[in-house]
Ligand binder design. Structure first.
Ligand code: TNX
Length: 536
């Protein structure tokens, strides 16, 4: 793929943006030249399977442009409305969403569930930009959503502004045919160490969806806090959720709020994977209910950052009543197939107790009709055939994980020294930790999920995930600073064919995202490894 430069259309015009709200840029931001220029067809992240620019062809969105949606599909109408909402804010145009006619529309932007190659599956899409129209075609709504994310990147970055901009709104012509390499392209937010409010989680969902990330794993409990209301065990949230690292006020999601998050994510083709970490990382639960402790004595709430000191009481029957009720309520709240039961760093649980506990916990998840995900330590128990192991190690070989993979266990790849968004970029990074090493963008990008862990080949890999642990992370700005630009690197490893892997190309394409992030008010880290356009 060749990387085209951007054409400067409005180099002399500086526009003042005054924005606020979800996508708001800082009030004093000015739109720099790079934000008002046409975007090269070859600056898409993640890299598409096949991109064929049509030189000299341009489609222009105008005040009369319509969005045509596949008739009879509320899912497609919803995708069209979301796209229209983005464009209405920045263009000021009405952008009506109407039913597509039976023949291919001769104008406007069409989102169609017909005419896509069958081989691209349910998340693939075909995007055709010609001088008079744009068509996104897919076999299922998820593919149309992915295609629209690509189309958003082909628009001038100012199209993501929260206030009306002058345009013009040109899209370079050509064809993209695209589909994901892996089914699981995840991000993880630890809302336990520091509680993150609904608004932050929603904004992060918006941001990850732009890069075709389709899973948000929420780490809902840990030693420092319990973040989801459980009707049968109300003190978990009320007391166990009442603090966080550093002793702040903490917080928790009500069940209604959690359902809202699940629906908000689903509308952006992101599946929520909730985690209740066990048998370790459970001080907040143990502090909330004395009966859960082997000695019947509740420990104090904990606001430090140590790991590995707590354990549920493996020998007590109430432990299993507890996890059955907690996981039962969580299963009912979650539309996706997965419940993550943690299982990492259980250093206060004996190996035998760990296996006993994790075996029973897996059966309980199965009884609630869900599939288990666990941190890769779970392979030390007897994994169910469907159990998914999430690798978080820092080595390229792990005998137990390889043996499990040979027996059919699927693995999510989150190697801490490449995929952990809470690691510092370098010694000068204020936020984050360094136990897995410094991770600048090239380290985040420089590995192959399908050939990384010895004995765990492409077909054993369900996908990738970028966890953001929050011992040092407190605000949306902190989350964004650590996730951008590394999250898009992990997203590309999950989506793009291995054959597109190329640092020189990637860092150029990543740089092209900078002006858009600036317009959107994303607080990203300006890594010196990336060529950011002037003004971003
Ligand atoms: C290890 S990795 C953890 C978390 C910490 C993280 C900090 C894993 C499964 N557990 O408990 O938050 O390191 O980087």
């Amino acid at each position: 793929m060749t990387i085209g430069g951007v054409r400067c259309l409005l180099t002399t015009v500086m526009l003042v943006v005054t924005t606020g709200g979800l996508w708001g840029a800082p009030a004093d931001a000015t739109v720099a030249p790079a934000e008002t220029t046409a975007v090269s067809f070859a600056s898409v992240v993640p890299a598409p399977v096949l991109a064929t620019p049509a030189g000299g062809v341009t489609y222009r969105i105008t005040a009369t442009t319509k969005i045509y949606a596949e008739p009879g599909s509320t899912a497609v109408a919803d995708i069209a409305e979301q796209f229209a909402a983005v464009l209405r804010r920045s263009t000021g145009y009405p952008m009506p969403v109407v039913d597509a006619p039976s023949a291919t529309p001769a104008d406007g932007i069409a989102l169609l569930l017909s005419g896509a190659p069958t081989g691209i599956g349910s998340e693939g899409y075909q995007l055709d930009v010609i001088d008079v129209s744009i068509a996104v075609r897919a076999n299922a709504p998820a593919g149309l959503f992915a295609g629209v994310q690509t189309l958003r990147q082909l628009l001038p970055p100012a199209a993501d502004s929260a206030t009306v901009q002058p345009g013009p709104w040109d899209v370079a012509g050509g064809r993209i045919i695209d589909q994901p390499r892996f089914a699981h392209r995840g991000a993880m937010l630890d809302v336990a160490r520091h509680f993150l409010p609904m608004s932050v989680v929603k904004r992060y969902i918006d941001e990850i969806a732009l890069y075709k990330v389709n899973r948000l794993h929420l780490h809902l409990s840990d030693d420092q806090g319990w973040r989801i209301a459980v009707n049968n065990w109300p003190d978990l949230a009320i007391y166990g959720g009442s603090t966080e690292v550093g002793g702040g006020a903490g917080g928790y999601y009500t069940q209604d709020e959690f359902r809202q998050l699940v629906a908000y994510a689903a509308a952006r083709y992101v599946m929520i994977v909730p985690e209740i970490d066990m048998p370790g990382h459970t001080n907040a639960a143990l502090a909330s209910y004395a009966d859960l402790n082997c000695d019947g004595v509740a420990p104090k709430l904990y606001t430090g950052t140590k790991v590995g000191f707590s354990s549920l009481c493996v020998g007590k029957e109430i432990t299993y009543t507890f996890i059955d009720q907690v996981l039962g309520e969580l299963a009912a709240l979650t539309t996706g197939p997965y419940l993550h039961i943690g299982g990492d760093e259980a250093s206060s649980t004996t190996a035998a107790d760990y296996a006993t506990f994790m075996n029973r916990a897996q059966q309980i998840v199965a009884a609630h009709g869900k599939t288990v995900v666990g941190w890769h330590d779970i392979v030390n128990a007897s994994v169910l055939p469907s159990t998914v192991a999430q690798f978080w190690g820092t080595t390229t070989s792990n005998a137990a994980v390889a043996t499990a993979a040979q027996h059919g266990t699927k693995v999510i790849m989150s190697p801490a020294n490449h995929a952990y968004l809470d690691m510092k970029y370098n010694s000068r990074t204020r936020l984050g930790q360094r136990w897995a090493g410094y991770i600048d963008v090239q380290d985040a990008y420089g590995w192959d999920p399908g050939a990384y862990l010895a004995g765990v080949g492409e077909t054993s890999v369900l996908g990738v995930e970028a966890p953001l642990w929050t011992e040092t992370i407190e605000t949306l700005a902190d989350v964004e600073y650590m996730a951008f630009p590394r999250l898009p690197a992990i997203a590309e490893l999950g989506w793009s064919p291995a054959s597109t892997h190329d640092w020189a190309s990637f860092q150029q394409r990543l740089g092209a995202q900078g002006p858009r992030w600036r317009v959107m008010g994303i607080n990203y880290y300006h890594s010196t490894q990336v060529s950011w356009p002037t003004g971003s």
